[in-house]
Design a protein around this ligand. Structure first.
Ligand code: GLA
Length: 393
C-alpha cells in the first residue's frame, strides 16, 4: 500500500513536476445480499484493503490529462465536453463522472491526474466503483466543490449506467465511499438509510478465492436479470397495485401467481424475495454474534444464485462445493454480479492457509487455472491520503 502510494506519487511528479493531492478509493466485498440492490432490497457490503490511488493537481497550461499507470496510457480530456470514448475503456468510468460535473456547471478547472491500483480487475471486487468514486472524490477535494458524499456515490453510479453501460445498483459505489474500518454496512437500497455493524470475526477471517475467469456477456446478462425482475413486478402489479419493486413482494404473492409468471421470471423473483429476507435475518445473526448461522445463510445465497438466479458458473460452484469439505469454513458463496470473479469464504484463521492450498490444487486439477486467494480486511471508504498545500485551490 505504502509502495503503491509512493509509486503513484513518483509517477505524477515525474510527469507533471508538481506535488499532487493523493486520494485512495477501495474495492468492496459483500457479505450477503446479492442482486438485491436494484430491487430496493438490503445489502451488507464493506470496503476492503485493496485500493486505487489517485494523484491529482491543477494544470498550469490549460490542458487536462489522465494517465493510467496500469495501462501506461494517457488521455487528453476536453473539459468542455467530456464525451464517451470508444477507446480506452477505462477512460469512460472517469469521463462519466466528469461529464456530470461539467453539465451541472461545477467549477472544474484544468487538471492532471495519475491513477493506479491493486483492486484486481474482473474479480468482482468492484474496481470500476473504486475508479469512479475515487475520481469523483478527488475532483471534489481538489476544486472544493462541496459535493455531499451521497451525491458522489450517485454520480459514480450514473457513470456506470451511462458511460460503461451497466445498469448496476448502488451497492458498490456506496460501499467504496461510505465504508468504515472494521464494520459492515447494512444498507437499505430503497431509502439509502444505513447502519454500521461491527464485523467481529473472532477466530475467523475472510478469504476471497478468485476463479480468474470472467465469462463473456457478464454485462448483458446483468441487465437481463434486472429486466426479468422488472417483468415480475409488472405482472404482479396487476394484482397488487401498491408494489413498486420486489422489495414489496411477499413469497405468498409469488406462489399465488406462479402460473402467470414465465418460469425464469418466477425463479429470479423467488431468489430475490428470499434473499432480501435472508439479509435481514443475517444481520440479526451478526448482532447476536452467531457466525455459524450467518455462514449457513451464505451457502443458501449461493444455492439461489446458482440454481434460481443463474449467475454462477462451474468454476464458482466448484470452489463453493470444495469449501464444504472443510468443517472450519462457516460459509462460502459467489460474490458480486457473477459469471466469474471471486467466492467469499469465512474460515477459521488457523485453517486458512491449508484451505487456500487445498483449493488452489483442486482448482488447478479441475480447470488448469491458478486460483488467486486474498485474505482481506475491512477498511475505511474513499479518503484523502495527503494534501499538498500547493495543489489545493
Ligand atoms: C454488481 C453491481 C451491484 C450489485 C451486484 C450484485 O457488483 O454493480 O450493483 O447488483 O453486482 O449484487
Amino acid at each position: 500500500m505504502q509502495n503503491l502510494e509512493q509509486e503513484i506519487h513518483a509517477r505524477f511528479t515525474q510527469l507533471f513536476n508538481k506535488e499532487p493531492l493523493l486520494v485512495r478509493s477501495p474495492g468492496r466485498i459483500n457479505l450477503i445480499g446479492e442482486h438485491t440492490d436494484y430491487n430496493d432490497g438490503f445489502v451488507m457490503p464493506a470496503a476492503i484493503d485493496k485500493d486505487i490511488i489517485f494523484a491529482i493537481a491543477p494544470s498550469d497550461n490549460g490542458e487536462s490529462y489522465i494517465y493510467s499507470v496500469k495501462y501506461d496510457e494517457r488521455i487528453k480530456v476536453d473539459l468542455k465536453s467530456p464525451e464517451k470514448v470508444e477507446d480506452p475503456a477505462w477512460a469512460n468510468y472517469l469521463l462519466g463522472v466528469l461529464h456530470q460535473m461539467v453539465e451541472e456547471g461545477m467549477p472544474v478547472k484544468p487538471f492532471n491526474c495519475v491513477f493506479g491500483g491493486e483492486v484486481p480487475l474482473g474479480a468482482g471486487l468492484s474496481s470500476s466503483a473504486a475508479l469512479e468514486c475515487g475520481f469523483a472524490f478527488a475532483l471534489n477535494e481538489l476544486f472544493a466543490l462541496k459535493i455531499p458524499k451521497i451525491r458522489l456515490v450517485k454520480m459514480a453510479q450514473w457513470a456506470e449506467h451511462h458511460y460503461a453501460g451497466v445498469k448496476c445498483g448502488i451497492m458498490d459505489q456506496f460501499a467504496s465511499v461510505m465504508g468504515k474500518e472494521g464494520h459492515v454496512i447494512l444498507l437499505d437500497c430503497r431509502s439509502l438509510e444505513y447502519r454500521y455493524s461491527p464485523m467481529d470475526l473472532k477466530d475467523f477471517i475472510i478469504v476471497l478465492c478468485d476463479t480468474k475467469v470472467k465469462h463473456k456477456l457478464v454485462d448483458s446478462e446483468y441487465n437481463t436479470r434486472r429486466n426479468e425482475c422488472e417483468t415480475g413486478v409488472a405482472i404482479l402489479k396487476k394484482y397488487y397495485p401498491e408494489i413498486t419493486s420486489l422489495r414489496d413482494v411477499k413469497p405468498e404473492m409469488l406462489e399465488k401467481h406462479k402460473a402467470e409468471l414465465p418460469g425464469k421470471v418466477y425463479n429470479r423473483c423467488t431468489y430475490v424475495v428470499s434473499e432480501i429476507r435472508r439479509v435481514q435475518q443475517a444481520s440479526r445473526d451478526l448482532d447476536a454474534g452467531d457466525l455459524v448461522a450467518f455462514g449457513k445463510k451464505m451457502y443458501e445465497t449461493h444455492e439461489g444464485l446458482s440454481k434460481l438466479y443463474e449467475v454462477s458458473c462451474k468454476e464458482l460452484d466448484f470452489l463453493v462445493e470444495e469449501s464444504k469439505k472443510f468443517d472450519k469454513v462457516l460459509g462460502a458463496r459467489m460474490m458480486g454480479g457473477g459469471f466469474g470473479g471471486c467466492t467469499i469464504n469465512i474460515i477459521k484463521k488457523d485453517a486458512a492457509d491449508r484451505f487456500i492450498s487445498h483449493l488452489t490444487k483442486a482448482y488447478r486439477e479441475a480447470f488448469s487455472i491458478d486460483m488467486r486467494a486474498y485474505k482481506v480486511s475491512i477498511r475505511e471508504g474513499t479518503s484523502v491520503l495527503s494534501k499538498s498545500p500547493a495543489s489545493i485551490i
